[in-house]
Design a protein around this ligand. Structure first.
Ligand code: NCD
Ligand code: ZN
Ligand code: ZN
Length: 344
């Protein structure tokens, strides 16, 4: 039995850090786990200019504890009105990607895209400049069942987008279905997907076990077991099209334990422990390094990290609650035992 695993230092290709005091509470967690993270732009108001992205990066860097190296990679928030000229400025400022949220699909997506055709000039500029398009792939059509929104997005929007921009690199973020895993597996080398730890570990029963459990509620929502198994197969397949993105999405506990609870699971504190558990359960610990440390930078055209991270198989109790600015944050699995732990 493997009880220790050393891999090249990993990166998180999908992370929410928020801002202000809340951000300062969570940045150290990611910096302890990952060398780099692709930071999502869904602040209030969203990060829509190169200058805002650069200023946000500086605020994140100021929250990195001394002695840790952590590089935030920045993204812009796509709106119907993001001017194509901003793409060149974004590239100059070191922004690597632009995020497409269908308006109304998820947390802080009100300013998102109402009709993808309105963004075509900007997508053309991105294709020319080599910026990646990151997609929250769910339709917002209220007639579509919440569990089908990802699969329908692929047919209605992703397939046409892929056809119209063959050279644009697209990451389908936080995939949750067999349909998405198959689509990405069969797509060409310009298409990839991130997979979260919670979608590898849980199916939708987790939201309803013994009562409603808001800390398991995220978007896209957890799906049935067949989909979880398809995601595990994709993540552990060794395919370079799948890589690590936690979608760690902190919200104050009071706003999740609420009549209108926020979507998002907080996993950054124990991200690699959770992924190790998922890969271990699948008997695929040997595939974790490619997924966590190689496929992401290779797809983004960035160098792989140097340095290593070591995980040990050792049971420990995760605290139930953490400080989050002035509020409290309940990490996924808080108050429960984890099987893996980062080596000191
Ligand atoms: N995943 C989530 O449930 N929530 C994310 C937004 C997102 O990634 O869709 C958030 O910002 O809270
Ligand atoms: Zn999303
Ligand atoms: Zn997200």
């Amino acid at each position: 039995m493997t009880d220790q695993l050393t891999i090249t230092r990993p990166d998180d290709w999908h992370l929410h850090l928020r801002d202000g005091a809340a951000m300062a509470s969570v940045v150290p967690h990611s910096a302890a786990q990952f060398a780099r993270a692709l930071v999502m732009p869904n602040l209030k108001p969203p990060v829509t200019t190169a200058a805002q992205a650069a200023a946000y990066r500086d605020r994140i860097l100021a929250a990195v504890p001394p002695g840790l190296s952590f590089q935030p990679l920045m993204s812009l928030y796509l709106t119907d009105m993001l001017p194509p000229e901003e793409i060149a400025r974004a590239r100059e400022a070191g922004v690597v990607a632009v995020k497409l949220y269908p308006a109304g699909a998820t947390t802080n997506s009100d300013a998102g895209v109402t009709d993808i055709r309105k963004t075509y000039k900007t997508l053309e500029a991105m294709q020319r400049a080599g910026l990646l398009l990151l997609v929250h792939g769910e339709v917002v059509d209220p007639a579509v069942d919440v569990f089908d929104r990802e699969a329908v997005f692929i047919d209605r929007h992703l397939i046409p987008l892929r056809r119209d921009f063959p050279e644009l690199k697209i990451v389908v973020e936080h995939i949750t279905t067999r349909e998405a895993a198959q689509y990405v597996r069969d797509a060409d080398a310009h298409t990839a997907a991130t997979i979260t730890a919670h979608h590898l570990l849980y199916n939708r029963n987790a939201i309803f076990t013994g009562g409603i459990r808001p800390h398991y509620y995220c978007l896209p929502v957890l799906k049935r077991e067949t989909h979880r198994l398809a995601l595990v197969e994709a993540a552990t397949s060794g395919s370079a099209s799948f890589f690590l993105g936690t979608d760690s999405a902190p919200h104050p506990a009071v706003l999740k334990e609420h009549a209108l609870g926020c979507a998002g699971c907080y996993t950054a504190l124990t991200a690699m422990e959770l992924y190790a558990e998922a890969f271990d359960s699948a008997g695929a610990l040997d595939k974790l390094e490619g997924f966590a440390s190689f496929h992401g930078p290779d797809f983004y055209g960035l160098p792989r990290n140097t340095g290593t991270l070591t995980l040990e198989k050792q049971a420990w109790l995760l605290p139930e609650s953490l400080p989050f600015g002035e509020a409290q944050l309940k990490p996924l699995r808080g108050g429960e035992t984890l099987q893996w732990r980062l080596a000191a």
